[in-house]
Design a binder for this molecule. Structure first.
Ligand code: CTP
Ligand code: MG
Length: 350
């Protein structure tokens, strides 16, 4: 319940915005961290190309989508096949995992854990920080996951349309969800990718006026090549001419991040219909019904490109109960007019 006067609320959200920015700034990656991670990527790419000539190792996830925090894991995708889809080597992904793992073990000081028989075969590598390299490296290498590269590019494009608000909101949700232990798909809660899609849905489809356009529905302004439209049978189109978009898209919405964050928590505490609805960014309005998709998970978030894939399928009944409880707690704390210092609210919240 908002018991503040409009003027007091405006002051409160303005101060909250400043506090969120100040809170995030020391936990963003440094230039040096980016440099070291990029050097690591190149080192691993050299090894991958020994296994499969011409192989590329591309970053996806937070190191590439504009939503990285200090010490984020690196997600890398190894592409061996050529553009026309023909494989450059005869190896399966599982074999590549075995062979490349062996080579990384021989030629580097990384800890290497191959997972050749996982649903998606990957290599997990890590290295503890040392005085010379004071950054922990934790990296997953997958194979041929072009859809992940595309959804990373989609997130990056959104991040560039309205950097101050989307980036700040997503980064804050990532820190908050990690500190509150709500960011762990293996134990029943939601991945960072899932929280990012919630934020995009909120800014594109819930807020009126919208903070962001629906990039998957902005018509193209040039002739597109077939490979820009379809990948493995999925429609991967989105408007990616960000330079033009930044000139032409000005949101009528002038709310600050503090206000958007409060409303985000309130919306997902009270308004969103978890029982009936599926979040679907590509869809006009942003929602489909669980019935129409025959989905019955606790929380349903359709992947932007893989329509059959529920990004939040890992969220259990208990997990959702906890997450919703935390959304309510967050709303309550951020609207506490008694507290004097807004920075203390953030400390309590995370
Ligand atoms: N991804 C996916 N489906 C999921 C989870 C992740 O396709 N259920 C892919 C997406 O391409 C996403 C990437 O894996 O961009 C990384 O996901 P995640 O680690 O959740 O997000 P990050 O932005 O990397 O966050 P963090 O810094 O917490 O690692
Ligand atoms: Mg990641």
């Amino acid at each position: 319940q908002n018991t503040m006067t409009p003027a007091a609320y405006e002051r409160h959200t303005a101060e909250l915005t400043n506090c969120i920015i100040a809170f995030l700034s020391p936990i963003l990656p440094t230039e040096e961290e980016y440099r070291i991670k990029e050097a690591t990527r190149r080192q691993l790419e050299r090894l991958a190309s020994k296994v499969s000539p011409g192989a590329k190792l591309l970053a996806f996830g937070s190191m590439a989508n504009g939503f990285a925090l200090r010490n984020s894991d690196m997600d890398l995708c190894c592409l061996t096949s050529k553009k026309d889809g023909k494989p450059a080597t005869q190896h399966t992904a599982s074999e590549l995992v075995e062979i490349l793992s062996q080579l990384i073990r021989e030629e580097t000081d990384f800890n290497v854990m191959p997972l050749p028989r996982a649903r998606i075969p990957i290599i997990k590598i890590s290295r503890a920080p040392t005085p010379e390299l004071p950054y922990e490296i934790a990296c997953d290498i997958g194979f041929e996951n072009r859809l992940a590269l595309e959804n990373t590019r989609l997130l990056l494009s959104y991040a560039m349309v309205d950097p101050p608000r989307l980036r700040t909101l997503v980064l804050f949700l990532k820190v908050w969800s990690k500190r509150r232990k709500l960011n762990s798909p293996y134990t029943g809660t939601l991945s960072s990718y899932g929280y990012t899609l919630l934020a995009l849905y909120f800014l594109t489809h819930v807020k009126r006026p919208a903070v962001l356009p629906n990039l998957q529905r902005v018509p193209p302004t040039r002739q597109l090549k077939p490979e820009e439209l379809e990948l493995d049978g999925h429609n991967i189109y989105f408007y990616d001419d960000v330079a033009t978009l930044r000139k032409e898209w000005t949101s009528q919405n002038t709310e600050n991040v503090g206000e958007l964050l409060i409303e985000f928590f309130r919306y997902f505490s009270k308004e969103f219909s978890y029982a009936k609805d599926v979040i679907s960014l590509r869809t006009e309005g942003g929602l489909l019904s669980k019935d129409s998709k025959s989905w019955n998970s606790e929380l349903c978030i359709e992947d932007p490109f893989q329509m059959g894939y529920n990004v939040s399928r890992t969220v259990t009944k208990d997990g959702l109960y906890t997450i919703r409880g935390e959304f309510m707690r967050a709303s309550r704390i951020l609207m506490n007019p008694k507290s004097q210092r807004v920075s203390a609210l953030i400390a309590e919240l995370c």
